[in-house]
Design a protein around this ligand. Structure first.
Ligand code: PMV
Length: 298
């Protein structure tokens, strides 16, 4: 029997733009998904937990094929600390957890890079054409600059000038990443010039954000998160609930806030100055009727 874990993730800058080869800044969360897997003699994939059976079986199959594992396995248990379909990378965390558990159970001695690649194949089941940002953050954790590339993605650890206190608010609505990404593709095809301008604006946000994060200038990071949220709203991936969390966070002292992940539901994040402020803001968001927790990125 073997246990594997994948981190949840938050995208600070660049969801959707990363699909079109723009650089993104993403962080692994302490919270994630753990799975327990054991070899079986039936030669089949057997799932004991009942939730999401169909997609989980397909993800396990993809990861096993990638690793060349031919034996049967039983998924005994899934412990999830992050909500599904909420922009926190739960499907990638599941794929990474499966890859890590298979690696242990079959003594495959795979490197983190291979775990990440195997999880990418699992992600195809949930996301269709994933950029790779989720499985990367979910494998490596920490703060990362990610860029999708034809030959070998850019994966660079970003040194942080100061810890980041992040409050997460869940709109309670689920977004379908696969569908949303394909809607954006259509919108982009209809509006090439406008999207070119939006992408250029995003590239400036990224460059400024990378410097601000390195220098620990969190006020500036917050400002840039606000502008990034504006761009995401402009392409139609926000929602009434996300806007409420975003704007109420700002009204309650957040340095910046934005939706996170594919959008149209899922979560929004807010950057605050200290752990105390994170606790206070999380309480405020809960009072509005949304689930909330906070996390520190170091
Ligand atoms: O909502 P999530 O956690 O699945 O994040 C998806 C991020 C996107 O940029 C929208 C898609 C991708 O593949 O990068």
């Amino acid at each position: 029997m073997a246990i594997g874990k994948g981190f949840g993730k938050i995208i600070f800058f660049g969801e959707h733009f990363v699909v079109y080869n723009k650089k993104a800044i993403v962080a692994g969360l302490e919270k994630g998904i753990s799975v327990e897997i054991i070899k079986n003699n039936d030669g089949k994939i057997i799932l004991e937990p009942v939730e999401y059976r169909d997609s989980r079986e397909k993800i396990i199959k993809k990861v096993m094929d990638y690793f060349g594992v031919k034996e049967g396995v039983t998924l005994k248990k899934v412990v999830s600390e992050i909500p599904a379909g909420s922009g926190l990378g739960s499907s990638a965390a599941f794929s990474v957890a499966v890859a890590r558990a298979l690696n242990k159970e079959f003594k495959l001695e795979k490197t983190d890079k291979e775990i990440c690649n195997a999880a990418y194949h699992g992600e195809i089941i949930s996301h269709g054409t994933p950029s790779g940002v989720d499985n990367t953050a979910s494998t490596f954790g920490g703060l990362i600059v990610f860029q999708k590339k034809e030959k070998g993605n850019l994966i660079k650890k970003l040194p942080l000038g100061t810890p980041l206190y992040i409050v997460i608010g869940n709109s309670g609505k689920k977004g379908n990443t696969k569908e949303i990404v394909s809607e954006i593709k259509k919108l982009k095809e209809k509006n090439p010039k406008i999207f070119e301008n939006i992408f250029n604006a995003y590239s400036s946000i990224f460059e400024n954000a990378e410097t601000a994060l390195k220098n620990g200038n969190i006020k500036r990071v917050g400002e840039l998160m606000n502008i990034n949220h504006g761009l995401l709203s402009s392409i139609g991936v926000s929602s009434i609930e996300l806007e409420e969390i975003v704007y109420k966070s700002r009204a309650n002292g957040a340095l910046g806030s934005k939706l996170v992940g594919a959008g149209k539901g899922g979560c929004a994040i807010a950057l605050v100055e200290s752990e105390n402020k994170a606790k206070e803001l999380s309480k405020k968001i809960k009072e509005l009727g949304y689930d909330s927790f906070y996390s520190v990125i170091k």
